[in-house]
Ligand binder design. Structure first.
Ligand code: AP5
Ligand code: MG
Length: 255
């Protein structure tokens, strides 16, 4: 995981195995403001869950391309129908469509104090475009956090996932590991929970396949950029706000 030219500081804890920090994650030094964080990981690895904890802690914007696309589908637009065809098939939306949408989103005032990018980039082309999109704004990715889980955990994590239908809340539950107190109701805001269309076993298997073929290779891209931070998790491991505080502090300490 860690290349020779990057000094990799690894440590082992009970919960997180093999957490690696590459030394040139140096822009964390600029403080909690303006951080650009990329979340990498397979379907159901916990990108959305961790992104929420990070954005709450750092008070920065959460941009999930998957959530944006689901909103577009809900609106019933022509673009939404096009997106639905790809997503329900477990395929990636074409790069040019995603990049255009992200460019617009990064221009919004709410994205100026830092962002957590959840689900973007997913291809080398997207990663290269992200670099350009940020360069023209005098910014760059500070850290790419990769969540590693075994493939066999993905199915029951996704199939048993339930999500709050209130998009301002968007709390994520799991009927196995993180049940809501009342069946079908969000603990946080009381709205109804729903199951995603693409969270059925057949589509999840296709999403896993797409991930390995098209998205996994970009881990190397961020490793070569010297900003990859990898956390290995098992399905039963719950990431808490305290864990996020520790990760961020530890990064700060070791650079
Ligand atoms: P997207 O919505 O991003 O889906 P995904 O990548 O498949 O990831 P998920 O949202 O399913 O999982 P997650 O990693 O966020 O996990 P979560 O935190 O919810 O994308 C959907 C589709 O949109 C794609 O398939 C593609 O078609 C399209 N798309 C999106 N972006 C694109 C792009 N850039 N380019 C092209 N196409 C794009 O957690 C999962 C479950 O596990 C939950 O139930 C949760 O409670 C539980 N859980 C989380 N963490 C833990 C833990 N530590 N221990 C135990 N359980 C946990
Ligand atoms: Mg997600």
């Amino acid at each position: 995981m860690c290349s020779a030219q990057n000094v990799c500081l690894c440590f082992f804890k009970n919960t997180y195995r093999n957490v690696c920090f590459l030394k040139n994650i140096n822009s964390i030094n600029k403080g909690v403001k303006n951080l650009i964080i990329v979340m990498l990981g397979a379907p159901g690895s916990g990108k959305g869950t961790v992104a929420k904890l990070l954005t709450d802690t750092l008070n920065i914007e959460h941009i999930s391309t998957g959530d944006m696309f689901r909103e577009e589908i809900k609106s019933g637009s022509k673009l939404g129908k096009e997106l639905e065809n790809y997503m329900s098939d477990g395929k990636l939306v074409p790069d040019d469509v995603v990049i255009k949408i992200l460019d617009e989103r990064l221009s919004r005032p709410t994205a100026q104090n830092g962002v957590v990018l959840d689900g973007f980039p997913r291809t080398k082309i997207q990663a290269e475009h992200l670099k350009q999109l940020l360069e023209k704004r005098n910014k760059k990715v500070d850290v790419a956090i990769q969540l590693n889980i075994p493939d066999e955990d993905i199915i029951y994590r996704t199939v048993k996932r339930r999500i709050c239908s209130n998009k301002d809340c968007g709390a994520i539950y799991n009927l196995e590991f993180n049940k809501p107190k009342q069946d079908g109701i969000c603990d946080v805001c009381g709205s109804e929970l729903y199951r995603r269309e693409d969270d059925n076993e057949e589509t999840v298997k296709r999403r896993i396949d797409t991930y390995h073929k098209r998205s996994e290779p970009i881990i190397k891209y961020f490793e070569e950029e010297g900003i990859l931070y990898t956390v290995d998790l098992r399905a039963q491991d719950q990431v808490t706000k305290q864990d996020i505080d520790k990760w961020l502090k530890d990064i700060n300490k070791k650079i």
